[in-house]
Design a protein. Structure first.
Length: 161
């Protein structure tokens, strides 16, 4: 049964959920490897935030469309957000993989970010210690999380140190 978006927006979830076309989708969280990498990613970007006027946010709701709200593991915007739910494309969305994540579900989520206009979308896997940059047409393995305008660089080794 479809959940109205108003109900989703007014419900507090223990771990926030994605909302896709009336369906509330749980996110995989709570394991040590995921939590450790999540902390490392947050710290790496948070420590660089003043260089580029960045706002680093864990698990914030991003309204992709009228019927879709996604909750990236880490979301980064340039400047300060204008509301409690992001309605403009963030600068970066980062998804940290859990063993239970299915490729098809993650691929759909990342497709939403790209279609919304997020310029930098990364997946990072704590099990394999690998990362991928996603674009509309490709998945490219990377050894660093790099952006332009503003320019930032976070070596993958730093996240797994």
């Amino acid at each position: 049964m479809a959940v109205p978006i108003e109900e989703y927006l007014s419900t507090v979830y223990e771990v926030d959920c994605d909302y896709v076309d009336g369906e509330v989708l749980e996110r995989n969280w709570g394991e040590y490897d995921h939590a450790r990498l999540h902390s490392a990613v947050l710290f790496a970007f948070y420590s660089r935030r003043k260089e580029s006027d960045l706002c680093v946010l864990p698990a914030v709701r991003v309204r992709i469309s009228p019927t879709r709200i996604r909750v990236p593991d880490v979301c980064i915007v340039v400047g300060e957000p204008t509301g409690q739910i992001l309605r403009e494309p963030p600068f970066i969305c980062i998804e940290i993989l859990s063993p239970e994540d299915r490729f098809s579900r993650m691929n759909e989520k990342i497709g939403d970010y790209l279609q919304f206009g997020v310029p930098y979308v990364w997946m990072v896997d704590p099990q394999t210690r690998k990362a991928w940059r996603r674009t509309a047409g490709a998945i490219v393995e990377v050894s660093e999380l790099r952006t332009e305008n503003p320019a930032m660089l976070v070596p993958l080794d730093e996240l797994f140190a």
